[in-house]
Design a binder for this molecule. Sequence first.
Ligand code: B12
Length: 305
Amino acid sequence: MTVESPLGNTEAPAEPADTRQVIRPYGDTTGDGMVQMSFSLPVPAGKRAEAAALQLAAKMGLEPASVVHAKPMGPDFTFFIVYGRVGHLIDYASIPAPPEREYPLLAAPEVNRAIRRALGRRLVIVGACIGTDAHTVGIDAILNVKGFAGEKGLEYYGEIEVVNMGAQVTVAELVERAKAADADAVLVSQVVTQKNAHLHNTKQMAAAFHAEYPTAVAAGMGRPLLVVGGPRFDTVAPEDLGVDRIFGKGTTPAEVASYLVHALLPADALAPDPADGPTATPDDAHNATRTDAQPDDPAEGDTAP
Ligand code: B12
């Protein structure tokens, strides 16, 4: 098609710029479309089971595909790894960037200072694995002094009092303990996801706290802040579960401590105080939560009155 220009001559319309960024997976050479997938089938290992695995791969769009690993899991089940080619393309430019963390990452001394300034007492948190879940490594990574990923856990923060109830805690026990401790926040871990146990348990826990505390979240005065964490909460939002925040895989203690400050304390708790000296840089924030920083290191500043 042509268009009439204001000057009377005809010209082709400008082609819209191609802003796509098309990508595909690769295994051996860029753009070959190769992917690797693992799954289990409820059949004994053998040639017939491998044929079933290849049919599943073909139905999922892997063509051609090969079984690169098959291992019996007992007499009636087989674990497979299949390697094959997919023809699907992704326009990376159309993938929205996930939202950034909406609060700053704070160093331990900044967290402690904000709590001291805003509350004049220690912030109390109660943590547990609820239901039948016995996977305590995740909640311990956040709470225990030894921490996670080079950062110390919340027990290390001088102005945070941590009650860690451990594994297989019932909702009733958790509510009772939170009330007895006057908890400002309750931190729950859910790792087992079979039959969506993590979602059911979290909803049950949230409902119990909402029933017990009809008030809004407020440090020391209202319902405790409800925080849940675990590796498989990707498909849900906090409001689906009745909690205030969900933390996923790879969460570090400083992210949680910074969130508690953001969610529970007034914004001016973080305003710089000239008496505190220069404001910490992002690098300081990272370093001050690493395990190589010692509690009696003056840079920590977490034992000052
Ligand atoms: C160690 C382990 C165990 C140990 C747990 C020891 C312990 N004290 O925790 C033992 C051997 C006891 C165990 C038992 C079982 N396990 Co297990 N276990 C694992 C394993 C290998 C590692 C989990 C782990 O420690 N990860 C490391 C931590 C640091 O990561 P994380 O939990 O994700 O925590 C991080 C974040 O998620 C987040 N986070 C987690 N919680 C919280 C909470 C808050 C408040 C916040 C802010 C953040 C946060 O921060 C953490 C740090 O970044 C996983 C497989 C795997 N590779 O993940 C299976 C796995 C979790 N186990 C599994 C199963 C099935 C079981 C058993 C049922 C096995 C059986 N048949 O008996 C039992 C269940 C026991 C029970 N009642 O819960 C399955 C779960 C499957 C599913 N879909 O639910 C897994 C995935 C293995 C598998 N692929 O089958 N297990």
